[in-house]
Unconditional design. Structure first.
Length: 333
């Protein structure tokens, strides 16, 4: 069992990464249904929260069936981050997570996300302020970060010790630097060093390039992490969580989802999207997911085109049924 504060997770839990414009409640619902053990919201701007911006506030929507669920916040101002942590805590999550890893320019170049890796004293002060702010709510604080800013400044070992010392209760490390963005292969050797550091007593989760059950088990055994966080591999393929669990338990690969299972999961995702966002936005934002759900199916382009052009929910369901019927025996490439 892995514990984060009072949260009890199974041995070697699988975490769903917080992904901007992806990890919303409809997407989290399909990942939870397939075995994700701990999930996070999309990262939420601290400035947006304290200014009561509608988009930021909507990202605070969490539901009982998602538990355990963490709210992830980011920002560059310590007071704003502390205040946004309190706002988030009032919603009733299981933990508060701080983003010190986002590499994108409009975040990092404004002093937030991975930029804090260049100012560890400020990172420590910000984290300490958040830990103290949510203490009355009984919520653990966790952190997601990277190896460092660039190859010359890989400081995650120092970061791990200093953040643990001020009270964080779990750490997720993406095996790339900020400069790498998402390019190249993730390097887990420093993640392993953090995990093997006798001073580190909190759970350490690894993130980066986990896209198959075999790799999840290989990295578990090779690097000794307490669990893995899965991000891009789950987009349009939430079955990755159940496949990893099956492989860990049996050593055998689970059969990939059938065409009907793909359709059923896509419908569930669509249902949740309509329910949470309403018909207009629910239909519009679901369009980014169709290509991923039907990746590898032969001659599916025509159906995808129809799916992204219609604004009628009934027609979308009809097209999905048509895909199921015409491709029942198709082989995924």
């Amino acid at each position: 069992m892995v514990k984060i504060g009072k949260i009890e997770l199974p041995e070697f839990p699988l975490l769903l990464a917080p992904m901007e414009d992806v990890s919303d409640p409809p997407f989290r619902a399909v990942c939870k249904a397939n075995g994700a053990d701990l999930m996070y919201t999309e990262f939420i701007s601290s400035e947006g929260l304290i200014r009561d911006a509608a988009k930021s506030r909507q990202k605070l929507d969490i539901f009982d069936y998602e538990q355990p669920i963490g709210i992830q916040i980011f920002g560059s101002d310590i007071d704003s981050m502390r205040e946004s942590a309190v706002i988030s805590a009032q919603v009733g999550p299981d933990l508060i997570d701080i983003n010190y890893g986002c590499p994108v320019k409009n975040v990092a170049c404004k002093g937030a996300g991975a930029a804090l890796l260049r100012d560890v004293p400020k990172m420590v002060a910000m984290t300490s302020a958040i830990v103290k702010a949510v203490e009355p709510f009984g919520l653990p604080v966790t952190v997601k970060t990277r190896l460092g800013w660039d190859d010359a400044t890989k400081n995650v070992e120092e970061v791990a010790e200093r953040l643990q010392d001020i009270g964080i209760q779990a750490l997720t490390i993406h095996g790339r630097t900020r400069v790498q963005m998402y390019k190249g292969e993730a390097d887990w050797t420093l993640i392993q060093k953090v995990k093997e550091n006798p001073r580190i007593q909190i759970p350490v989760f690894g993130n980066g390039d986990i896209d198959t059950p075999q790799k999840a088990v290989e990295y578990k055994n090779k690097y000794g992490v307490d669990g893995v966080m899965i991000g891009r591999a789950s987009i349009g393929y939430p079955w990755i969580f159940r496949e990893v669990k099956h492989y860990m338990q049996t050593g055998e690969l689970l059969a990939p989802p059938t065409i009907q299972e793909r359709i059923d999961m896509c419908k569930m995702h669509f249902d949740k999207s309509l329910e949470w966002k309403g018909p207009r936005l629910g239909i519009f934002e679901m369009r980014r997911h169709y290509a991923n759900y039907f990746r590898g199916l032969p001659n599916v382009k025509t159906y995808r085109t129809r799916l992204v052009q219609t604004e009628d929910p009934a027609e979308i369901y009809s097209i999905l049924d048509e895909i199921a019927n015409t491709m029942e025996y198709a082989e995924v490439e």
